[in-house]
Design a protein. Structure first.
Length: 277
């Protein structure tokens, strides 16, 4: 069964209330998990970038904007309890080692490597040593980059699956190159998922399912008109519900590949083949 993650990311805009609403949305749609992003802002961005001018709901600098988009540890404690109450798994993609270590206290079931962090070797080692099932996105990466990451996770015997991805927000549909799922399956002999950043459409995750994707991750939002760089590449509630409905339908249609005679065929078999008896 395809594992479906609703990527909340930073679409909560620093609001615990919005985060809970997005969790509720994922639960109602039938997602298996929700995912957030965590950063130590001062570790990820240079002082020059953080001091640069950028208007946002939180101020006039990039530092204020980036800090405004982060949830606190107190918030995550509440999210942890809320997800347990709602009976949905949650996990994070941490963008730096400090965040990865800090979030270990929540004992989430999964880890995630964001495409941006695929070449952050020290972070990969830190994540792999936890030996949690890890989803590894491969956007803007070469086969050489992916091979190095795979070797690290295999060296720790850490379970993982790769996720075909494209790092433009939003992605143009004609750049999806969804057959890469099969290329990665053949090359690395592991499960391959799909992490999408396309505008509105849920067609690509459904196609990915037909090509054997083991997992699907899609950004979700309360409204694509909300503030934030990821909102336009996210699914609203109706789109999320339809995507999951169609993925589950496709799984049913694909079946298990084992040839069998269905009970529904028996009347026709009895009627149409009796002349050969």
């Amino acid at each position: 069964m395809v594992f479906i993650t609703a990527e909340i990311g930073i679409n909560h805009n620093g609001s615990l209330k919005i985060a809970k609403q997005l969790i509720d949305m994922a639960v109602e749609a039938g997602c298996d998990a929700v995912k957030f992003q965590a950063r130590t802002v001062e570790k990820i961005y240079t002082k020059e970038i953080l001091d640069s001018k950028r208007d946002s709901p939180w101020g006039t600098t990039t530092r204020e904007q980036k800090n405004g988009l982060e949830l606190s540890e107190k918030d995550y404690k509440i999210i942890d309890k809320y997800c347990k109450k709602k009976k949905i798994d949650w996990f994070l993609s941490c963008w730096d080692i400090d965040s990865q270590i800090r979030m270990r206290k929540f004992k989430t079931k999964y880890n995630k490597i964001a495409s941006a962090m695929l070449t952050h070797t020290k972070l990969l080692h830190k994540v792999a040593e936890e030996k949690k099932h890890t989803f590894i996105s491969t956007g803007m990466s070469t086969m050489k980059d992916i091979t190095k990451a795979v070797k690290i996770f295999r060296s720790y015997k850490c379970p993982f699956e790769l996720m075909h991805s494209h790092s433009a927000y939003p992605m143009e549909l004609n750049e999806a190159n969804i057959r890469v799922i099969q290329t990665l399956q053949k090359k690395f002999k592991c499960n391959i998922g799909y992490s999408g950043h396309e505008t509105g459409s849920y067609l690509i995750p459904v196609i990915a399912t037909t090509l054997g994707a083991s997992s699907i991750e899609r950004h979700i939002t309360l409204s694509r008109a909300m503030y934030g760089s990821d909102q336009s590449a996210s699914l609203e509630k109706t789109g999320l519900i339809r995507m999951i409905r169609d993925i589950r339908l496709v799984e049913s249609i694909l079946g298990d590949g084992k040839k069998k005679t269905w009970n529904s065929e028996l009347p026709a078999q009895k009627k149409l083949r009796q002349i050969f008896v």
